[in-house]
Write a protein that binds this ligand. Structure first.
Ligand code: SF4
Length: 302
């Protein structure tokens, strides 16, 4: 079994949703605009940072425009009621250009591994126990002005993220585990701090704040107790998956994950419309010992 920080979060959010996505490999026909937008912004920033390190910075706005246009041409994107392709194009271009203007003032440099390669979108993995590999791809590892290694999570968010989130954010704990385990091989010191670089995707308007790149927020590295507690959590999630425990977790009305769930109609009414089901002739690589789940029974009409 291979588990990533995102997979663990997905399982914790709703085990049934995790199973639809990772066990059965069901996919929405139309990817959510937020996902596509975030990916294109990350690509533009990564390309710009590589150029910045080499002294040949690309036109980051043009790069975003090119990739966003290609993503739109590739197929239907599911936009929220408040979004449009044009509004996101303007927001994305403004964000990546702001990022390029702000970056030199942050006093950070992408960390280089022993081969001189920057640690951008780098995937690392570690064995956690027999049959279980923990694998993660972090956005960016940097060196700050004091020489400390900082693992930065780059997020495109709709509103400001609560800074307290950083103190306990599981994905960053996981990235620290991965980076520490590979530090010697990569020629790096252990992680010194964990950080968040937030790109707030407000609409471009003549008035108001508009898109905003926030200065990085940072906290100290996780201590041994936090690392042990997170590792235990990953092992428990792996055990639950291995035993085929995939209950629905709709939670309370005010914090239910169902409203944003791509499988909502399938889960609640047995309606597969809008979903791509895996080909029956080529079974999905389901986790070991997963109990096959029958399609949900249609809900009786009221
Ligand atoms: S609709 Fe709700 S309970 Fe069902 S899979 Fe989605 S998040 Fe889970």
């Amino acid at each position: 079994m291979r588990l990533s920080p995102t997979a663990v979060l997905k399982y914790e959010t709703c085990p049934r949703q995790y199973y639809f996505a990772e066990g059965l490999r069901i996919r929405p026909v139309h990817p959510a605009a937020n996902l596509v937008f975030g990916r294109v912004v990350h690509q533009a920033i990564e390309a710009w940072l590589r150029g910045w390190l080499n002294g040949r910075v690309p036109d980051v706005g043009a790069r975003f425009d090119r990739d966003w246009t290609a993503a739109r041409a590739a197929g239907g994107i599911d936009y929220a009621a408040t979004q449009s392709p044009e509004s996101l194009a303007a927001t994305g271009r403004a964000l990546v250009e702001q990022f390029a203007a702000a970056w030199p003032g942050f006093g950070l440099r992408p960390a280089l591994d022993a081969d001189g390669e920057p640690l951008l979108e780098r995937q690392l993995e570690i064995p956690l126990e027999s049959g279980l590999t923990y694998v993660g791809r972090f956005d960016l590892a940097v060196v700050d002005a004091g020489g400390a290694l900082v693992c930065l999570d780059v997020k495109t968010s709709s509103g400001l993220i609560d800074p307290d989130w950083l103190a306990g954010a599981d994905p960053l704990t996981g990235y620290q585990l991965l980076l520490d385990a590979h530090a010697e091989r990569l020629g790096l010191p252990p992680v010194g701090r964990l950080g968040l670089l937030e790109l707030v995707k407000r609409k471009v308007t003549p008035k108001g704040k508009g898109p905003e790149v926030r200065p990085p927020l940072m906290v100290a590295r996780r201590g041994p107790n936090d690392l042990a507690a997170y590792t235990q959590k990953v092992l428990w999630v792996a055990e639950d998956i291995d035993r085929g425990r995939f209950p629905k977790r709709p939670l309370m009305a005010h914090n239910s994950p169902c409203g944003l769930c791509a499988f909502r109609r399938w889960c609640q009414d047995g309606d597969p419309d809008g979903l791509v089901m895996p080909d029956a002739d080529s079974p999905a690589p389901a986790p070991a010992a997963v109990v096959p789940l029958a399609p949900p029974a249609p809900r009786a009409a009221a």
